[in-house]
Design a protein around this ligand. Sequence first.
Ligand code: HAM
Length: 416
Amino acid sequence: MYIKVPKGTQDVLPENISKWYYIEGMIKEILNKYGYNEIRTPYFEYTDLFVRGIGESTDIVNKEMFTFPDRKGRSLTLRPEGTAPVVRAYLENRMDRISKVIKLFYLGPMFRCEKPQAGRFRQFTQFGIEIIGTKSSAADAEVILTVLEVYKKLGLKNIETVINSVGCKKCRANYIQKLKKYLKIKKDFLCSECKERYLKNPLRALDCKKESCKGIIEDAPIITENLCPECELHFAEVKSYLNSQKIIFHENPRLVRGLDYYTKTAFEFISGGLGAQNAIGGGGRYDDLVEELGGKPTPAVGFAAGLERMIIAIDQQKIEWPRGKGLDVFVAQVNEKNKDTVFKLLQEIRNNGLSADMDYSGGSLKSQMRMANKIEARYTIIVGEEELSKNMVILRNMQTKEQKELKIDNLINELS
Ligand code: HAM
């Protein structure tokens, strides 16, 4: 019995890698245009960063982290998300000294020990952006516009933009009191999880998917009707920026998201047809996180999207992937005794900046030609006995199927 890939993880096989290169390239191109610089943080951090950053009562911290001790017993955790690590790096590297506002992006694996299902993995890839150092509502709108541009350039349709405001420390505290008062009366009818949420984090009850809770939540006090004037103005400005760019969005006062650091704007992008795991990205403002992690008060806003879900959505919407760049030249040998010449030729082609390969299994010419076709080589060079005696080879254009004899010395010129 061979060992299988761990539950909730997957291999990206060579036949699929061009999809990843394409999406990653597109993301980087657009983020560059918007002025983001890439940051790469470690795949694991001290556990405390996530406990303090994401919030003790969240599902992520409570049940989804891959946590393990190092040899000295310090608790480490595979990063379940990128925002807390980016803020840690921002503080540790005193990035506030570089510029008042910093725009960062990241792209890489995240780890959550969730129950795997379609579109939900234990190792998944996020691209994320963070703007740290501004409370401007234009930054919130810019984050949304940036993400929508990525989706649009990839050809994705039916992406619903859902927004909400979860208020600030002050107005949210008042709202939570109201919500608790309301939930207290209905407590006996809440699901067991929401009964616990009622005590620890009542806001999370707002997006409970259980039918029993949905009905109760429908009549609950609405957060956007309980915002302080500052949060209300901020939310109105964000919506006005989006309207000015003709962005269609939907307001959902029950959108609270699964991380505790959000303040004011929260948003999510939903892709129709993805099933239960239909959130193709999400984010929001987190004005208190820098301070909570030891810095001075610094407002910030950001977003992250799962690349696997984006790929699933592209496939589901039958959007054609651009063709991967095949090999430039495949070198086929008629007789193995010419392998030294073939080896030299291969290297010469590569030294001239073209990609080239051969079949090391020593198969027949027919099977070598099959391989050249399979790997979508542009040209095949056939090194035959008779031609070689004249210092020549056969060059076959794999698309037009045209063949001609060519002096080896002229080969590179002809191919470039
Ligand atoms: P999040 O909503 O937890 O936000 O994750 C963002 C996106 O990552 C989701 O919308 C989804 O596309 C993808 N994702 C999450 N979990 C999984 C999973 N188990 N399998 C596959 N894909 C998944 C955050 O992580 C925040 N850090 C976003 C943010 C950045 N907020 C402010 N700045």
